[in-house]
Design a protein around this ligand. Sequence first.
Ligand code: ZN
Length: 443
Amino acid sequence: MRVAPGCPTARDAWPPPRGVSLARMAGGPADAMTKTFLFDLDMTLVDTSALATLRKTQQWHLVAANMHLVRAFRALPGGVAPHEMPAALSMAGHRVGIVTSSPRPYAEEITRLFRIPYDVLVCYEDTADHKPDPAPLLEALSRLGVAAGADVHYVGDDVGDVEASYHAGIVSVGVGWSPTSPFEFSSAAPDIFVGRPSTLLRTDRLGSLPYVGESLAAGRPYYGHWGSILRCDDGPGVYALGRYFTTSDPRHAGSRLSEAVLRLKEDDGPAEALGRALGKAVDRLDWTPDIVVPVPPKPSQARNRFAALLGVAAQHMPDEVEVERDGLRCTREVEGYKALGPLERREAVKGAFESEFTWGRAKILLVDDVYTTGGTTAACAEALLGDGASEVRIMALAKDQRTFARKVCPACGRTMRVRISGVGVKFWGCSGYPDACRNTEDL
Ligand SMILES: [Zn+2]
């Protein structure tokens, strides 16, 4: 932050007049280190869960009468609370904005009540399209005069925020303090996932905050924090080292972790990076396994893709953790597995795995490569529990992600969106509607 002589600093001027940028008050025009942070409002900066039903049903007069029910998320000892992030970032010289799907009077009232400063506020009224469409984010960037890119972050609590960021071409940051977000995010995870605001405020470390597997597969430095491990939706016992994008997803091309996981099927090239990531992740878990066991190769596969990787991982895990690379055996081939649905998958692999040992009440961490529906790992866990393991948790090298690819209008090339007709029927409608294009298609 650059402060001109004689100018009041942002701190002197606290609290700021409504809507006035602290960065500008402090005399700090953007320099090369300036980043842009856009924030979702509800359940990201403040806890509006008490108003959720009223907001969803758009009873804004009742919302306005009950603003006293909006709560701040608590700060952790020594840290800042989520609603204090914009001020902290602004004081450090960064641009801050709020992009919300809520109406303006409501959003302005919250920023006033909680003294949240911003350089730009984009609300429901400001764009025709709403999140997960990128339009509101692009509107904020346009008003700020900032180009989309790696120095722009959007901080939010749900998958729509992640999708909007992706289409806007900016970095998505998911927050772990919103009650539903950790598990919701597993199928469409943000680029960075933070458990507390103070992690995000260390802006010099932003490049080291991605999931441990993604950082190390890309040869980047790794900084361990709560969001270094991706927590998956199937309960507290499923984790991943990062995200997996299938080859049909446009994000596959830039994903070194996806590339590494595929290559590991053929050779041990990625074993060093992925083994290190696995070891670091096990070291970070708030649960320590007694034994690490991989999903075994199929009978037709001579190569155990996890053997070299587990050797590397063992050097980075706590000393008391043992590795048993041949703890399970696959007894039969499963044909056409990838084409099956989740329930069929579970049925197809049932009983296909046998445990080679009795486990004497041991806690086992089962390692798989890509976690998709959990069919394989469920069958492996059953075999381990059947032979005496007391608990089985799962660590995947990567979690399969939902694609954000969109349907393109065959009539005009614009994006098509799911719309709902007056009688409640969902259909694909062109985003050019009504002026430029009126094309619709059945879902
Ligand atoms: Zn069209």
